[in-house]
Structure formats: C-alpha cells, structure tokens
Design a protein. Structure first.
Length: 183
C-alpha cells in the first residue's frame, strides 16, 4: 500500500510533470533536438550539455521513456513561464456550474412567479443550473397536480434559455424541478 504525502496540500501540486534539466539527466546517451525541432542526432549527455551551454540554453529531457531519451535545447525558464500562462488560461476558461435555487409557495401570485421566472432566466443565461422548489404548507399537498402544472408552465416559459432536465417530482413537502442552460 502506498503512503500518501500530506506535507503538500493537494491543491498546491502542479499538474505539469517535472522535467529533468542539465545535470539531472541520468542516461549516458540521448537523442538531441534543437529549439526549432531539428534533430541533431544521438550523443553523450556531456557533449549535449556543453552544446547547450555554448548556445546559452538548457538541456531538457522531454521524453524520458524512449530509448535513448529525447532531450531538447531550450530556455527552461521561458518554457515554465509559457506553461504557467497556458495553465492559467485553461483554469480561467473552466466554469464550475453552480446550482442556484428558487423557492416559491403553492399560493404564490402570478406577478411574483413572473419575478422568479426573470430571476431564473438571469441564472440560466449565466450558465448556472437552476433548482426550483415549490413548498407546500399543511393541506396544500392535496393539490399536487395543480402545482405540477404550475411548475411545468414555469419551465416551458424558460424554454428559450434552458432545458427541463428533471420534471416536477415530489421530495417530502416540496415539488422539485431542475433546469439546465442551453449549450
């Protein structure tokens, strides 16, 4: 069984793999590629490091699992900077969809329902999932069919901005419907 290292929080660990550079390369021979992608052939690590120092670049092992490993002449600092910017861009483009909730009672008036519909429309346009809950008090549960019709009409009014993922279904003293934004 593997031991887990708790010294570094999981959210701090970078997804990027760590590359070996210059003196950290362990293989005696490597396949060398210059910074433009041209192959320079198979050579000893010491010769490749000398060539990298002459060009004022780093020798970076990009493919360690091949035989011999592939190394590239590049400015490792620039490479790390570009990778960091690419990771930031990808992270910024990701949107965790939030679940927004709208609650209404069985006896909610039509104007108030219209306000709730506009609020749901705003949430759906912001690419959030909307969970609509109709709450029953006391004997209102006897009118569940009427409430289902109200919720279906509510969902149909929002058909241009969202889809009904789950139709009205009962959970305890509530009637729940889930709307998702149109892709």
């Amino acid at each position: 069984m593997l031991k887990e290292d708790f010294s570094i929080p999981k959210h701090k660990i970078s997804i990027n793999k760590k590359l070996r550079i210059n003196d950290k390369i362990t293989s005696p021979t490597i396949r060398l590629v210059d910074d433009e992608g041209n192959q320079l052939g198979i050579m000893a690590v010491d010769d490749a490091i000398a060539k990298a120092k002459a060009q004022d670049t780093d020798l970076v092992e990009v493919s360690p699992n091949t035989n011999p490993p592939v190394c590239r002449l590049m400015d490792y600092g620039k490479y790390q900077y570009k990778q960091k910017k690419i990771d930031q861009k990808h992270k910024k483009m990701q949107k965790q969809s939030e679940v927004k909730g709208i609650r209404m009672g069985f006896r909610t008036d039509s104007h108030d329902i219209e306000v709730k519909r506009k609020q749901a429309e705003k949430f759906l346009k912001a690419r959030s999932i909307v969970k609509i809950a109709m709450i029953f008090k006391g004997r209102e549960v006897a009118y569940i069919d009427t409430a289902q019709e109200k919720l279906k009409k509510f969902g149909e009014d929002l058909v241009e901005v969202g889809n009904i993922e789950e139709g009205p279904k009962r959970q305890g003293n509530n009637l729940i419907m889930i709307l998702t934004p149109i892709k």
